[in-house]
Design a protein around this ligand. Structure first.
Ligand code: HH2
Length: 274
């Protein structure tokens, strides 16, 4: 089991998850990885730069994105999963489709990163239960198409914690063991700038759930809004969010710029966990 395994081995180290999108339209790296060979080259670089996990995605979930048919997602993702396996790094697949997840796990992926927390495809919980794979439950308000339309919470942290309690109870009732569950508050998914900043400030409040926390702030629009910076000029802003997330209890940071953020994570870990 990846969570127990990696977290035990690396108790004093924050895990770095490198983002590898095989899409034409992802907000940061869209259109850059178009073949399994290019994916392998990018992933090899990420491994050298300090990635512990690779997260392969075949559908953009940026605000307003349209869903991709599952066949197309499989066409994009599966050959890339296969190409990455010889690297020996754990491969996660960013999907909410059970069919994609099932095939990717058969090939050798060991983690499913589901931005819908297993809500969008009712079959997904069965795939996770049957295979025993690791699984990230991410919070999102609505769907990528609708999530940024006036998102509201009573108290964002209390609401998301209640969401996780419900989701964890649901997956465990359906045969998923607790040890494989990771939680992610979904930075940028149905949240205003203020909501996202609050989540980072209060991330530690999710610790009561007893599960490893993943967070993906990398280059997102909240950083652009604070710094008034375009998407490819958000490295320092991302660094600040990664350091604060780790200080507030994140166990795994999902990032595009692996070299820089692996260093930020190592430095932050050294300060906090010496
Ligand atoms: N963010 C994105 C996609 N998947 N998964 C988790 N667990 N947490 C996140 O914050 C998260 C995620 C969006 O980032 P990216 O994949 O770079 O962009 P796009 O959705 O446009 O492909």
């Amino acid at each position: 089991m990846l969570s127990t395994d990696l977290l035990d081995r690396d108790r004093h180290r924050t895990l770095v998850m490198g983002v590898l999108n095989v899409t034409p339209d992802s907000f940061y790296d869209g259109g850059t990885v178009t073949t399994p060979a290019l994916a392998l080259a990018r992933a090899t670089e990420m491994k050298t730069d300090g990635a512990h996990i690779l997260d392969v995605g075949g559908e953009s979930s940026r605000p307003g994105a349209e869903p991709v048919p599952v066949e197309l997602e499989c066409e994009r993702v599966l050959p890339v999963v296969e190409a990455l396996l010889p690297l020996g790094l754990p491969v996660s697949v960013d999907t909410y489709h059970a069919a994609t997840a099932r095939e990717a796990l058969k090939l050798g992926a060991i983690m499913i990163n589901d931005v819908s927390a297993l809500r969008f495809d009712p079959e997904m919980v069965r795939v996770v239960a049957e295979t025993g794979c690791d699984c990230v439950l991410m919070h999102m308000l609505g769907t990528p198409r609708t999530m940024q339309q006036d998102p509201r919470y009573d108290d964002i942290v209390d609401d998301i914690r209640a969401f996780f309690e419900e989701r964890i109870e649901y997956v465990m009732r359906n045969g998923v063991s607790e040890e494989v569950i990771w939680i992610d508050p979904g930075f940028g998914f149905g949240k205003t700038v203020e909501h996202n900043l609050t989540l980072l400030r209060r991330l530690g409040e999710f610790k009561v759930l007893g599960r490893p926390i993943v967070i993906g702030t990398s280059n997102k629009s909240t950083i652009g809004a604070v710094l008034d910076a375009p998407v490819h000029d958000r490295l320092e802003g991302t660094a600040a969010t990664v350091a604060i997330a780790i200080a507030n209890g994140a166990n795994c940071v999902r990032v595009h710029n692996v070299k820089a953020m692996a260093r930020v994570a190592r430095m932050t870990d050294a300060i906090l966990k010496a």
